[in-house]
Design a protein around this ligand. Sequence first.
Ligand SMILES: *[C@@H]1O[C@H](CO)[C@@H](O)[C@H](O)[C@H]1NC(C)=O
Ligand SMILES: *[C@@H]1O[C@H](CO)[C@@H](O)[C@H](O)[C@H]1NC(C)=O
Ligand SMILES: *[C@@H]1O[C@H](CO)[C@@H](O)[C@H](O)[C@H]1NC(C)=O
Ligand SMILES: *[C@@H]1O[C@H](CO)[C@@H](O)[C@H](O)[C@H]1NC(C)=O
Ligand SMILES: *[C@@H]1O[C@H](CO)[C@@H](O)[C@H](O)[C@H]1NC(C)=O
Ligand SMILES: *[C@@H]1O[C@H](CO)[C@@H](O)[C@H](O)[C@H]1NC(C)=O
Ligand SMILES: *[C@@H]1O[C@H](CO)[C@@H](O)[C@H](O)[C@H]1NC(C)=O
Ligand SMILES: *[C@@H]1O[C@H](CO)[C@@H](O)[C@H](O)[C@H]1NC(C)=O
Ligand SMILES: *[C@@H]1O[C@H](CO)[C@@H](O)[C@H](O)[C@H]1NC(C)=O
Ligand SMILES: *[C@@H]1O[C@H](CO)[C@@H](O)[C@H](O)[C@H]1NC(C)=O
Ligand SMILES: *[C@@H]1O[C@H](CO)[C@@H](O)[C@H](O)[C@H]1NC(C)=O
Length: 470
Amino acid sequence: MVLNSFISRVVVIWATIFTCYFAINISDIIVVASELEKEALLNTGWWDTSNNISDHCEWVGITCNSAGSITEIEFFSSHYIERELSRFNFSCFPNLESFSMVQSYLSGSIPSQIGALSKLKFLSLSDNNLTGIIPPKIGSLSNLMSLDLSLNKLGGPILSTIGLLTKLTYLNLSGNNFTGSIDSILGDLTNLEHLNLSSNKLGGLLPPELGNLKNLTLLDLSHSNLIGPIPSTLRHLIHLTFLYLSHNQLNHSIPYELTQLVHLDYLDLSSNFLSGHIWNAIGKLFNPRYLNLSRNRFGGSVPSEISNLRSLYVLDLSYNSLTGNIPSQLGEIYVTQSLYINLSHNNLSGTIPKSLHTVYYIDLSYNNLEGEIPIGLQSQGQQQFSGNKGLCGLVDRGFSACPSLTPSKPQMKLLLPFHDLFSSVFTADLVYSSSISSSSSSVVAHLAQELSSPPRIYMIAPLHRRAPPF
Ligand SMILES: *[C@@H]1O[C@H](CO)[C@@H](O)[C@H](O)[C@H]1NC(C)=O
Ligand SMILES: *[C@@H]1O[C@H](CO)[C@@H](O)[C@H](O)[C@H]1NC(C)=O
Ligand SMILES: *[C@@H]1O[C@H](CO)[C@@H](O)[C@H](O)[C@H]1NC(C)=O
Ligand SMILES: *[C@@H]1O[C@H](CO)[C@@H](O)[C@H](O)[C@H]1NC(C)=O
Ligand SMILES: *[C@@H]1O[C@H](CO)[C@@H](O)[C@H](O)[C@H]1NC(C)=O
Ligand SMILES: *[C@@H]1O[C@H](CO)[C@@H](O)[C@H](O)[C@H]1NC(C)=O
Ligand SMILES: *[C@@H]1O[C@H](CO)[C@@H](O)[C@H](O)[C@H]1NC(C)=O
Ligand SMILES: *[C@@H]1O[C@H](CO)[C@@H](O)[C@H](O)[C@H]1NC(C)=O
Ligand SMILES: *[C@@H]1O[C@H](CO)[C@@H](O)[C@H](O)[C@H]1NC(C)=O
Ligand SMILES: *[C@@H]1O[C@H](CO)[C@@H](O)[C@H](O)[C@H]1NC(C)=O
Ligand SMILES: *[C@@H]1O[C@H](CO)[C@@H](O)[C@H](O)[C@H]1NC(C)=O
């Protein structure tokens, strides 16, 4: 009744306006529908009407079709008002195709009436304070292509009704408290390109059916309490560019078939319980830019084939149980940009290959490495080499001196007062050496490490030279 009187009021008002200003060839029905939409917007109290624009189609974030019915709402407001989503009357927007209220301080639960938006294609309510569950009625949004409910306080099991939204290409439910296995939704969502369910409380196994989502380019299931192995069916996801499975409890070894994913650019499997060897087949097919396998239980050696990864710019294998030598081929990774390598907290042994001097940043701390740190790497700082018993370098860079650099023949160290050459207060350490054939500047560097208090004047000369050359 309230509605009826409302409608008749509107019809009267608009009939008047229209007879005055326009030819009456737009039907009253459309006018009424349009006024209902405006009324519904006003009822929320969310829109700023202080600028007195009467045509709501001109309001910020509102788009209408030619008949004056709203097709898009992209709400934006920078000032804080707690907004109850239930104030929005979903039944009033039959032509709405896109509804976005991101970071809008929305609270309350998602009303079942949302199922009335039968033309809806895009829905984003991300980064709000929404609570409760996703209403089963969401399954009626059969045209929905993109659903982003990320960063809310939603919970309960991820509904199988989401599986009815077969046109979805983009689904982001991350950063909520959703529980339960994800199998239920996977069956028919074969058009999905982005699936982000990260940071929920899913638990359970990674279902092999994930391999059916053949159009996926992005899969983020990190921070999801997942257990068990990575299914080898993921090899079917041949368009995959981003694969994030970090911070779960995934175990067993990485299925070698993952190297068939030729478009994979970002692979993050860090912080799991993965074990076995890092693939030997690495570099045969796939060519990631970012490879993070840190904080797992990988054993064996660092495969030299990693140098085949021509696009790599981040390689993080830290916090594993890798043994053996660092392959010198790592220095051959072709770099188009700065290369970061982190091999810290493993059990690598041997020396650091000189070829690594091109690496922009390298962390080799907490291993079993020994020998001289390549000069080019020493400038990166001391910290990345700490926790290795046998590494050495330039003392003035803070490293321990290299014993291996002590020349085999003993050196003569003479302390000579230079009264005859300089003023009487001046004393110099003078060092003669016949045993060193390298250039004098590096000899000076060696000597500087060897002597506990470095000499102020060096003279490097064969012993048969009688007089100092100055
Ligand atoms: C809107 O209308 C009110 C009342 O008619 C008036 O006081 C106000 O100045 C108007 N605001 C603008 C932005 O024109
Ligand atoms: C929403 O609008 C419809 C009319 O389109 C009306 O029947 C219903 O009562 C309204 N609901 C709310 C909560 O205002
Ligand atoms: C959620 O609500 C709290 C207060 O209850 C508020 O501080 C916070 O900014 C809100 N967050 C969002 C994203 O609306
Ligand atoms: C999930 O639930 C826990 C309590 O069960 C709560 O502390 C946490 O803030 C919730 N997280 C979200 C994103 O709602
Ligand atoms: C939701 O996930 C998609 C894909 O991972 C991402 O592009 C988008 O930025 C995410 N949304 C938010 C609000 O972060
Ligand atoms: C997944 O969504 C979250 C927002 O909750 C975002 O921070 C994250 O970057 C997204 N993941 C990817 C891979 O885009
Ligand atoms: C996948 O993407 C292609 C190309 O964009 C499209 O033709 C196809 O319908 C999509 N869905 C499936 C299930 O392959
Ligand atoms: C992997 O984890 C599951 C579940 O936590 C456990 O039952 C299984 O024994 C583990 N397998 C291996 C090889 O670690
Ligand atoms: C690799 O992942 C770990 C967490 O699992 C993270 O701390 C680290 O920053 C990541 N490495 C890089 C280079 O992004
Ligand atoms: C390894 O080093 C990189 C580069 O400094 C850093 O970004 C990353 O966080 C480190 N990884 C871990 C697990 O700390
Ligand atoms: C590191 O490897 C050495 C042998 O090279 C072994 O004796 C030692 O126990 C290993 N340390 C750890 C922590 O695995």
